[in-house]
Design a protein around this ligand. Structure first.
Ligand code: FAD
Length: 418
C-alpha cells in the first residue's frame, strides 16, 4: 500500500508531490493524472506571469503565497536552469475613474507590504512609448516563466526521488475507509494508500463530493481567450501591461503579456465556458452544462455580474470589440495583428449563494486533503501551497516524522500558521 496518492498532474499536484517527498524522503507517493501528459489544463494554458501579490485581500492565502511564490518560483528556475524574466509590470489607468481605482489598488499593495512607485502620464510614456495611459503603478519584481517546464522539472526530480506518476489514469471513484483510501480508476484498476491529496483543478468539486466535502460549491469554468500579436509587435512593450481591475471580480482583465519565447500575447478575457476542458470556440459538454445550470449559485453569479458577462461575451464574439479593448492601451494595434492563441479555462469555485470564492480553499477529512479552489495566482503560489499542504498533511494525517528533508524550514514556518 502507498503512503499518499495525489490526484492531479497540474502544478499544484506536482509541486505537492515534489515538496512532500523532499520533506519525507522515502515516503511512498504516487501521482494520478487522467490525461496522457502533465500540465494539460490550467497549468499549461495560462499567461505565464509570476505575480507579486498586489491585488489580494491582506492576510489572505493568495496575498501571502503569491509574495512567497514569486521568490520560490524564481529560485526554482535559477536552480534548474529554466527560463524566467523579471520584466516588471505596469498597471495602467486610462480614465479618471480608473485613477480613483488605481489609488485604492496602490493602498492595497502597500497593505500587502509592496510599496510601489507611481508614474504620471509623462513617466509612463518614457518607459513605454507605445502605451497610452494617464497614470500607472510599477511592479518591478513581477515576471514571466514557463509553468509547463517547471512542472516537467519537478516531476523529473520527484520520479528520480522514488515517486511514481500514472498518466492516462482518470479517477472514477474514491472510498475513504477506516485504515486507507481506495482510489478507483475508470479502467478498473484500484490504488490504495493511507492518505489522499486531491488537486483536481476543474474537477475539484466532483472529487470533493466523492469524499463528502463538496456539495456547497461548484466549479464554474471561465474561458480566457488570447491573441498573439504579429511579429512586428514583439518589442512593442518592455513590461507586462495590465489594466486596473474591477475589484468585485476575481479576474485581472485583458493584459499585454511578454511571453517566454519572445512574443507578446493579449488576453485573457473571461467568458462563461460551456465545457470545463474543451478549448474550441464552440466547445460544449452536456454533463458540464447540466451540472452548471442545476447549481443555484451559478444563476446568482450570472445575475450578479450580468453587465460584465455581456461585455465579455460580445468581446469574444467580435474580434473588432476585443481590438477596441486592447487599443485603450496600445492604439497602434490593427485587426490583422491579432492571431488566435490557445485559450485556457479557469476553475472558479462558486458557493450556493452565488459568491465567487476569492481565496484558495482547502478542505480536509481524516484521510484526505482537497484543494477546492486554486485559481490565479496558484501557478505562482504552487510551492507555498505545496508547503502548506505538507504541513497540513503532517497535522491531519499525523505523519510519522521521518526527518523533515530539505524544505523543513518552510514547512515549519507554514505549520506555525495552520
Ligand atoms: C487563462 C488563465 C490564465 C492564468 N494566468 C495565470 C498567471 O499568469 N499566473 C498564475 O500564477 N496563475 C495563472 N492562472 C492560474 C493557474 O494556471 C492555475 O491556478 C493553476 O494552474 C492551477 O493548477 P492546478 O494544478 O490546481 O490545476 P490544473 O493545472 O488544472 O491541474 C489539475 C489536474 O487534475 C487532473 N484531474 C482532474 N480530475 C481528475 C481525475 N478524475 N482523475 C485524474 N486526474 C484528474 C486534470 O487532468 C489536471 O491535469 C491562469 C489560469 C488560466 C486558466
Amino acid at each position: 500500500m502507498l503512503d499518499i496518492i495525489i490526484i492531479g498532474g497540474g502544478i499544484v499536484g506536482i509541486a505537492t508531490a515534489f515538496r512532500l517527498q523532499a520533506a519525507y524522503p522515502g515516503m511512498g507517493i504516487a501521482v494520478v493524472e487522467k490525461e496522457d501528459r502533465l500540465a494539460a489544463h490550467q497549468t499549461g494554458r495560462n499567461s505565464g506571469v509570476i505575480h507579486a501579490g498586489i491585488y489580494y485581500a491582506p492576510g489572505s492565502m493568495k496575498a501571502e503565497f503569491s509574495r512567497r511564490g514569486l521568490t520560490e518560483t524564481i529560485a526554482f528556475c535559477k536552480a534548474h536552469g529554466l527560463p524566467f524574466e523579471q520584466c516588471g509590470k505596469l498597471l495602467v489607468a486610462t480614465s479618471p475613474e480608473e485613477m480613483t481605482r488605481m489609488d485604492a489598488l496602490h493602498r492595497r499593495a502597500a497593505e500587502n507590504g509592496l510599496h510601489l512607485p507611481r508614474l504620471d502620464a509623462t513617466a509612463l510614456r518614457e518607459r513605454e512609448p507605445n502605451i497610452s495611459g494617464i497614470g500607472a503603478i510599477l511592479s518591478a519584481s513581477t515576471g514571466i516563466a514557463d509553468y509547463t517546464a517547471i512542472v516537467r522539472k519537478m516531476a523529473e526530480l520527484f520520479v528520480a526521488g522514488g515517486g511514481t506518476i500514472h498518466t492516462s489514469s482518470p479517477v472514477g471513484d474514491i472510498q475513504e475507509e477506516a485504515s486507507c483510501v481506495s482510489v478507483s480508476l475508470i479502467d478498473g484498476r484500484t490504488l490504495k494508500a493511507r492518505h489522499l491529496i486531491v488537486c483536481g483543478g476543474l474537477q475539484a468539486d466532483r472529487l470533493a463530493e466523492m469524499c463528502g466535502v463538496g456539495g456547497d460549491f461548484s466549479i464554474v469554468p471561465f474561458k480566457g481567450e488570447y491573441y498573439r500579436l504579429a511579429a512586428r509587435h514583439d518589442d512593442v512593450v518592455k513590461h507586462l501591461i495590465y489594466p486596473i481591475p474591477d475589484p468585485t471580480l476575481p479576474f485581472l482583465g485583458i493584459h499585454l503579456t511578454r511571453m517566454i519565447g519572445g512574443y507578446v500575447t493579449v488576453g485573457p478575457n473571461a467568458v462563461l465556458s460551456m465545457a470545463r476542458e474543451k478549448y474550441g470556440k464552440l466547445g460544449m459538454d452536456i454533463r458540464d452544462m447540466k451540472a452548471m445550470v442545476a447549481f443555484p449559485g451559478f444563476w446568482r453569479t450570472c445575475f450578479g455580474h450580468m453587465r460584465s458577462g455581456i461585455d465579455e461575451t460580445a468581446n469574444s464574439a467580435f474580434r473588432s470589440r476585443y481590438l477596441k479593448a486592447c487599443r485603450k492601451y496600445l492604439p497602434t494595434l490593427e485587426l490583422e495583428d491579432l492571431t488566435p492563441h490557445p485559450s485556457g479555462i479557469r476553475a472558479q469555485a462558486v458557493m450556493r449563494d452565488g459568491s465567487m470564492v476569492h481565496d484558495f480553499l482547502i478542505r480536509t477529512t481524516s484521510r484526505t486533503i482537497h484543494v477546492c479552489n486554486a485559481p490565479s495566482p496558484a501557478a505562482t503560489s504552487a510551492i507555498p501551497i505545496a508547503d502548506y499542504i505538507t504541513a497540513l498533511a503532517a497535522e491531519t494525517f499525523a505523519l510519522a516524522p521521518r526527518g523533515l528533508g530539505q524544505n523543513a524550514e518552510e514547512i515549519a514556518d507554514v505549520a506555525g500558521r495552520i
